[in-house]
Every structure is written in structure tokens, then in C-alpha cells.
Design a protein around this ligand. Structure first.
Ligand SMILES: [Zn+2]
Length: 363
């Protein structure tokens, strides 16, 4: 069985208002889950609107990224409060936590992305991190959220780097799925890969305009917001596991194991992962277009103020055995990097990253 999409997707300027009757239909005691103090005012609007419809809202905040400790604590609270739905309002990690909690409690999940940084509002997946933000594992869920509410007025107030981070994460869909699944004979998977190519083109064409002019009246901005929060999720839904991740995400997961003072966002790390994946394809899979793709990507990423090296993520790979640690985690048995359809070793990863970090890419 394939889990493709949320039951309902409500999108646009007043998506939140339009979704209220749908929420009233399925819940009386929702838990409203969030995290950042920056989203508190938006969450209080959500809470107030629900209370006015006589729903008894229980407000709850995560203390950390989506981690086991927080999930256990909030699970117990929601049982005590007899919550009959989870409304997760925030960035990717809040949305992941909401989906996991809803599944543990067997109640519907409603996702309300408050930035365009990931497609977590769509997917039937939840990533678990430690309290320090190190990636632990991803968990496949039984279903996508019941309702996804992509409200443009909410998302427009998010910091600019969440949009660029989301763009880098969405770009990975093409670079990861086209290499892992290009020889797959399944027509639906081929179609998912083609959607990821169209998505990539749209990000290249409209990404900078969206980043520089975040406004609901700017069609480029609305298109990119929905590309990141909706289309990227749809590709994973139709294409399945191998259309979601490969080396770029494996490298992301490894980089989160190393302490960085900069606290980069998910997509910011994934973007660097795409560049390293392309270097690996160049050296081990004879990808003759890799260099051109890297030049195109680096120029685009710099215009969006995205990091283009691990050192720009706040990590020196040549210190504290970091290079070894990143390569070992990237190459571990359960890593998605093994979806790549060519031979390479841990030593190759070390060499590629070492060369990548020593080079000054000048555009
Ligand atoms: Zn991602």
C-alpha cells in the first residue's frame, strides 16, 4: 500500500479560516503544538479562533527538536487532557513531532506549516533527533496528516532563511531521485522524477524573486511556498522511499552529529549535501555534468544566502576527527547513501569531502 497524501489540503491566503469547519468536524479537544517563541503570536491567533468555536484547546510547546524525551512528556500530557486531535503549527520539527504524537495517540493530525522550510506538513514520516539536535532515525508513519493547512498569510511572516532553506531541501528531490531511480521501470516513479525536475526548474526560475520579495501578492513567492510545502511532499508520496532521499540527506544526517554554533536549518545542510553528492557522482560514477551542475547550484545558492560548504555551516571538518565522524555516519549500514546505484567506499567519501572543503569555489 502506498501512502500518498493528506486527506485534505487547504491552501492560499485564508486557508486557516477556510479550514475551521473541517477542524470542528473532527475535534473537540485539540492539542495545539508549537515550539519557537517567534511563532507564539500566530499560535495564539489559531488558539483564539478555535476557542471561539467552542473547542477546548490545550496549548503545548516542545522544549527541543523532535526528540523522544519531548514526545514522551507531551504524550502523557495529551492523554491526561484527553486530546482528540493534534494541531501542529510550526517548522518541520514541530510538524514531525505532531505527526508522531497523533500516531501514538491514534488521533487525527492537522499540520499548519508556519514557514516554507520543509514538506513535513505533507509526509508520512517523522525524523527523531536527540535533545542536542543530532539526527537519530526516521520513522515511517501509517498515514499522512488528516488535514494540511498551507496558509500563506501565516507563512509570510517567517524569517527569509526558512524559505531559502526550503528551496535547497526541495532541490534535493531532483538530485536524489534522478540518480537513485532513473533506471526504475515503474511508470509512476518515472513520473514522480519528472515532477521533481519541473519543481527544480521552477525553483531556479522563481526562487530568487520569491526570496527577495516575500509577499502574498507576488505569484513567484506563492509558487515557491507551495513548491516547498506541497509539491516536494507529493513527489515523496508518489515516488516512495527512493524518491525522497539519497546522499544529500545521508550527509545532512551525518553533519548533524557534529556540534556547530551556527545551528543551521535542515535544508541549509541538505544543500551542501547535494554539492558533495554531485562530487561523489563525478569521481565514482563518471558524471560529466556534475561540475556544471555544481557551478549552477553554487551561484543560485549564494544568491539566496545559502551556505555552500561545511565550513559555512560552522564546522571545520579538519578538526576533532570531524571528517572521519561524518564519513562513518554517512556510510553506516542503514544510511540512505546506499541507494546510490554505483560502488564507492567510506574512503571515497573522506576524499571527496576533504577535497570539497579545501577548494575555494569561485563563481
Ligand atoms: Zn529534507
Amino acid at each position: 500500500m502506498q501512502i500518498i497524501s493528506p486527506d485534505k489540503v487547504i491552501r492560499g491566503k485564508d486557508a486557516w479560516k477556510k479550514s475551521l469547519p473541517e477542524i470542528v468536524n473532527i475535534s473537540k479537544f485539540p492539542m495545539l503544538l508549537g515550539r519557537s517563541s517567534k511563532t507564539r503570536s500566530l499560535r495564539s491567533i489559531i488558539s483564539k479562533d478555535l476557542s471561539q468555536l467552542n473547542l477546548k484547546v490545550y496549548n503545548c510547546e516542545l522544549e527541543f527538536d523532535c526528540c523522544e524525551d519531548d514526545l514522551k512528556r507531551i504524550y502523557n500530557l495529551s492523554v491526561e487532557q484527553k486530546c482528540d486531535s493534534i494541531i501542529a503549527a510550526g517548522g518541520g520539527k514541530v510538524l514531525d513531532a505532531g505527526k508522531l504524537l497523533a500516531e501514538y495517540l491514534s488521533v487525527p493530525c492537522i499540520t499548519v506549516p508556519l514557514s516554507a522550510s520543509t514538506c513535513a506538513g505533507w509526509t508520512a514520516l517523522g525524523n527523531i533527533y536527540t535533545t542536542e539536535g543530532k539526527f537519530v532515525k526516521d520513522i515511517k508513519l501509517k498515514s499522512c496528516p488528516k488535514i494540511l493547512i498551507c496558509d500563506h498569510s501565516f507563512i509570510k511572516s517567517a524569517p527569509k532563511n526558512t524559505l531559502s532553506s526550503g528551496i535547497a531541501d526541495s532541490l534535493a528531490k531532483w538530485y536524489e531521485s534522478s540518480i537513485t531511480s532513473s533506471s526504475n521501470q515503474d511508470g509512476i516513479i518515472q513520473q514522480a522524477i519528472q515532477i521533481s525536475r519541473v519543481l527544480r526548474d521552477q525553483l531556479f526560475i522563481e526562487g530568487e524573486d520569491a526570496y527577495n520579495n516575500p509577499s502574498e501578492d507576488n505569484l513567484a513567492w506563492s509558487n515557491i511556498v507551495e513548491a516547498n510545502t506541497l509539491t516536494a511532499g507529493l513527489i515523496g508520496g508518489i515516488g516512495g522511499e527512493k524518491c525522497r532521499t539519497a546522499a544529500a540527506h545521508a550527509i545532512h544526517n551525518a553533519i548533524t552529529q557534529i556540534k556547530s554554533n551556527k545551528k543551521p536549518l535542515h535544508g541549509e545542510i541538505v544543500g551542501v549535501g547535494i554539492l558533495i553528492q554531485l562530487r561523489l557522482e563525478e569521481s565514482k560514477n563518471n558524471n560529466k555534468l556534475a561540475n556544471q551542475s555544481i557551478n549552477q547550484l553554487v551561484k543560485f545558492m549564494k544568491n539566496l544566502n545559502l551556505p555552500t560548504t561545511i565550513s559555512e555551516l560552522g564546522i571545520n571538518v579538519f578538526e576533532n576527527d570531524n571528517l572521519q565522524k561524518i564519513a562513518s555516519f554517512t556510510f553506516r549500514k542503514e544510511s540512505e547513501i546506499h541507494f546510490l546505484p554505483f560502488e564507492f567506499s567510506k574512503e571515497d567519501i573522506i576524499q571527496v569531502i576533504s577535497k570539497f572543503e579545501s577548494q575555494k569555489i569561485s563563481i
